[in-house]
Every structure is written in C-alpha cells, then in structure tokens.
Design a protein around this ligand. Sequence first.
Ligand code: 5GP
Ligand code: ZN
Length: 112
Amino acid sequence: MNCLFCKIVTGEIPARKFYEDDQVVAFHDINPQAPVHFLVIPKKHIPTLNDLTEADKPLTGHILHTAQQLALEQGCAEGFRVVMNCNDLGGQTVHHIHMHVLGQRAMHWPPG
Ligand code: 5GP
Ligand code: ZN
C-alpha cells in the first residue's frame, strides 16, 4: 500500500514520533501551523472519516483521548484545537485519517 502515514507507522519514512502504543502513533507535523502541531493517527489504515465503521468506535475514542493527554504533556493545558479533515473538499491531503492538535498560540473561530 502506497500510503505516507502507513510508512510513518512502520518507520519506512522517518518522522518526529513522540508517542506510540498498540493502536496509535503521534508525531510532529512537518509543516507546523502553530508552535505545537502534532498528528495522532491510527496504525490501522482508514482512508477517510467516511470509511469509519461501528467497530472503529473504541479506536476513534482512543485517538481523541491520546490527543488530549499529549496536548497536556506538550504544554497546552491553557487551550488547544483538534482538527480532522475529511476528503478533498474538507481539506484532507493525506488519505489516512489523522487528528491535528494545535496549540500555544491564540486560536480564532472561524479560522481566517
Ligand atoms: P491534512 O491536510 O490531510 O489534514 O493534513 C496532512 C498533514 O500532514 C499536513 O499538516 C502536512 O503538513 C502533514 N504532512 C504531510 N507529509 C508529512 C510528512 O512526511 N511528515 C510529517 N511529519 N507530516 C507530514
Ligand atoms: Zn495508511
């Protein structure tokens, strides 16, 4: 499978990973949009949020819980943003689901 994030999971492509367990990996975004900007991804290849099934509910909960724990560890207790883009119209460029965590700068909504 020619998937960038699957290759980061296996280590075939290097990334600044800082957390890994049996289900997820977290690493710093290569093009950070905030002082803290990391991604939490499942080890399982799921192309888009549209491909989630009932069976993925524990995994998606684990992704969010991991994002929260790591945001606190990265010094974002004051506030942070999580973003998941779905498909081309939703701004998704890598088709392996991932949760962005952004922090340590003021976040505005709606984004500019
Ligand atoms: P998307 O636009 O799909 O929601 O987010 C993809 C994210 O992956 C982007 O923020 C982009 O900077 C990041 N990214 C793309 N390629 C790489 C890479 O090779 N390594 C890392 N660490 N991040 C990447
Ligand atoms: Zn993948």
